[in-house]
Design a protein around this ligand. Structure first.
Ligand code: HEC
Ligand code: HEC
Length: 399
């Protein structure tokens, strides 16, 4: 009698919440555990940047990240696009700085763990990445010599306490850069080699300060992580951590039939690699071939791991040394984004091609061929119910 009423109570609970005790194979449990945030290893030191874990550098980097003075016209900062209350992105299909860019702003949680930066991976360190928007005419549209003058005027003491004495900037032009407009290029070419490398040294240190700040931006645990922890420890899931039948089906599909986990794997749901998934280009934007063109750009970047501004030795440069340089699969290949928080930051993909998770999942289910190169995605044969379940699961990574 008592057993029967306990059973009845359980059934009522199941009906009320729409939940059953999840039934996963050992292999599924192992995969689920590998996706949980609790399996994220500690952030490794960055030997190419000896200021990466210096608190004063991170504090200066934080100031610079939010400072509109760090732009050509005083109106744009990193945080114009990477908004602190919006997962460090801006909800736009293509970012807008001084001008309109042709790519989607990337969120920054956990970014310090990546080997490559930007959708196409055209930079190989967090500090080298930070220098690019500062001089991009569509983003912050400044130039490195002006930034050095600005740092001296506004943050000279803070800078020198961290990085040592600033170079003598008297006699240096106000605006000069090898990447600037014609006048800025001419001014750069008129500088001595020693002056140019002094400016590049200050510029690299600006990147290192900002990178030190960005290292503190880490993903937060979600409902999925609580669910996964309970599953592997055998604890009875409670409250928030209870998954509905639909969410469980979505998780099973994600790690099974729908193959999502082949690319979106590990605790950040990314394999840190580049893939062509057949995402269509947007009419009117400049041609975008993804990783295949970025390979040359990262090789040519004077601030890359082989360059003069790296700290430590070249043993840290394995990714750059052994990167795949020329292969058909690099055409229209983009970096696999983390899916943590994705449900609350539409639109999706490198140029905001899809406006909802339903559209994303429909794209994978259909697997249309790529306009150029070959998509790695194959049609999935998902029912409407299965597609909805995948979306429901993705939402558990945002709650
Ligand atoms: C105008 C908007 C805008 C501004 C300003 C901006 N970003 Fe970005 N950020 C983007 C866009 C768009 C991308 C992707 C661009 C691409 O792939 O070509 C991006 C990519 C990144 C990435 C790469 C993330 C990843 O997962 O690979 C980092 C890191 C980053 N930005 C940091 C910064 C920092 C630091 C600053 C300031 C120095 C900054 N951004 C300024 C829009 C902006
Ligand atoms: C072959 C590797 C691969 C597979 C398989 C894969 N993805 Fe992706 N995913 C990517 C890449 C690469 C992108 C970025 C593509 C782009 O921007 O052009 C992406 C983007 C996304 C995005 C957009 C995230 C954002 O912030 O813009 C979502 C959501 C997503 N994938 C979910 C899934 C789901 C769900 C599945 C399974 C049905 C799946 N992916 C299968 C590689 C893959």
């Amino acid at each position: 009698m008592r057993r029967r009423s306990r059973f009845l109570a359980l059934m009522v609970a199941v009906v009320l919440t729409g939940c059953t005790k999840p039934d996963f194979s050992d292999a599924e449990k192992t995969t689920i555990a590998s996706l949980a945030l609790s399996s994220l290893p500690a952030l490794k030191p960055d030997t190419t940047d000896r200021f990466a874990d210096v608190p004063a550098a991170a504090a200066l980097g934080s100031t610079l990240f939010f400072d509109q003075g760090m732009s050509g016209d005083g109106s744009i900062s990193c945080s114009t696009c990477h908004k602190i209350d919006r997962q460090f992105q801006d909800d736009l299909p293509q970012a807008v700085g001084v001008g309109r860019t042709s790519r989607r702003t990337m969120p920054l949680a956990g970014v310090a763990r990546d080997p490559w930066f930007f959708w196409d991976g055209r930079r190989d360190s967090l500090w080298a990445q930070a220098l690019t928007p500062l001089e991009n005419p569509l983003e912050q549209a400044g130039n490195r010599t002006a930034y050095a003058h600005y740092i001296k005027a506004r943050f000279g003491e803070r800078y020198e306490r961290i990085f040592g004495p600033l170079p003598d900037l008297s006699g240096m032009p106000s605006n000069a850069s090898p990447l600037g407009n014609d006048a800025e290029k001419a001014a750069w070419n008129a500088m001595s080699g020693a002056q140019r490398s002094a400016i590049d040294g200050v510029f690299a240190n600006i990147g290192k300060a900002i990178a030190a700040f960005e290292r503190s931006i880490e993903p937060a645990p979600t409902r999925f992580d609580r669910f996964a922890l309970d599953l592997v420890t055998g604890a009875e899931p409670k409250g928030h951590a209870v998954f509905s039948k639909q969410e469980i089906l979505g998780l099973k599909l994600f790690i099974g039939k729908a193959n999502c986990v082949t690319c979106h794997n590990g605790p950040r749901f990314t394999d840190n690699s580049f893939h062509n998934t057949g995402v269509p280009p947007i009419a009117g934007l400049p041609p975008d071939r993804g990783r295949i063109d970025a390979v040359r750009q990262v090789e040519a970047d004077p601030f890359n791991c082989f360059g003069a501004y790296r700290d430590g030795d070249a043993s840290a440069c394995g990714e750059l040394r052994f990167m795949v340089k020329d292969a058909p699969e690099l055409v229209r290949a983009y970096k696999t984004p983390s899916l943590r928080g994705a449900a609350t930051r539409s639109p999706y993909m490198h140029a905001g091609q899809f406006s909802s998770l339903d559209e994303v999942v429909a794209h994978y289910a259909k697997a249309a061929p790529s306009v150029e190169g070959t998509s790695e995605v194959h049609p999935l044969g998902l029912s409407d119910r299965e597609r909805a379940a995948l979306v429901a699961f993705l939402k558990t990574l945002s709650e």
